[in-house]
Design a protein around this ligand. Sequence first.
Ligand code: ATP
Ligand code: MG
Length: 336
Amino acid sequence: MKKGRILTGDRPTGQLHLGNYVGTLANRVKLQDEYELILLVADYHSLTRKIDKEHILDTRQAVRDVVLDNLAVGIDPEKTIYYVQSDVPSVCELHLLFSMLTTTPRLERVPSLKEIMDAEHIEQPSYGLLGYPVLQAADILHVRANLVPVGKDQASHVEVTREIARRFNFLYGDVFPEPDALIGEVPTLMGTDGSGKMSKSRGNAIFLADDAETIRQKVRNMYTDPTRIRADIPANPEGNPVFQYHDAFNPNKDEVEDLKARYRAGQVGDVEVKNKLNAALQTFLEPVRERRNYYASRPHLVDEILAAGAAQVKPMSEETVRLAREAMGLSSAIVR
Ligand code: ATP
Ligand code: MG
């Protein structure tokens, strides 16, 4: 007997990175046995960013990359349903119904909206971008999921989902669960440039698929404390991305504590700290890369996984939409 149902997913805006891993993928791997896991590749959500056809066509490669990255970290397609959002368009009807249950000022207050607008130099959000959390509510609730593993930046979206579920149930009767967010062990992994969160789109990511040499170079060029111009200057490891990554990815806790102690005392150079981080990341990412290569060289497997997933999610989604219509009194069968 499973404990419940998880809906989780990624936008196909590029390959997945270490931030995605600690934010959500690690929880997916951990919970895939206890929960029924549904993994969404959110291609409609990528339309909020760029709408020219060339980019939409590029998204198809990004969809495959996101699936490969999830397979690579060990999310087992035998246990997990993988599907592409636009393969199950009934979610759009739920999105429309939900869009009546929240207000524009409420959506304007969602913190990630402003972040996206700043990062992408958008002056006026499109109707679709403003409604991004409403579509996310429909993603979660069309399969009636009760747990949503997300990074901290997305927790406010799950709050919108809960509000919409509550409002729907209050107005029309109990149809939807009020899902909980599950934040990863590292709520926000910093970027390699030390400025804010690691993001696919900000050029500050170490990707799960990066080769050994690329990882080595990215680690070597990582931001560290700029005031520390010599190894004998005592400094604080807190807030330094190199140490945040050590905490997240170096399983040798004694080594990490020793490095931190010597860093505080001005007895270790950045080169040693970075070399040890590089070694830990290589050990972590090598099997990930191998599993990724296995699936990447067998593209028919990804096709089959996505086709099977869409076939499983479609009836769940259509059934939910039917229940919602009926609860609202929209169904023409009731009018007769
Ligand atoms: P984009 O720049 O396109 O928004 P992203 O890197 O933010 O990409 P998403 O696809 O938006 O990645 O997010 C996928 C999941 O990973 C979400 O649950 C998000 O909260 C989580 N996540 C993203 N970046 C980080 C990070 N740096 N630390 C922890 N979790 C993260
Ligand atoms: Mg994001």
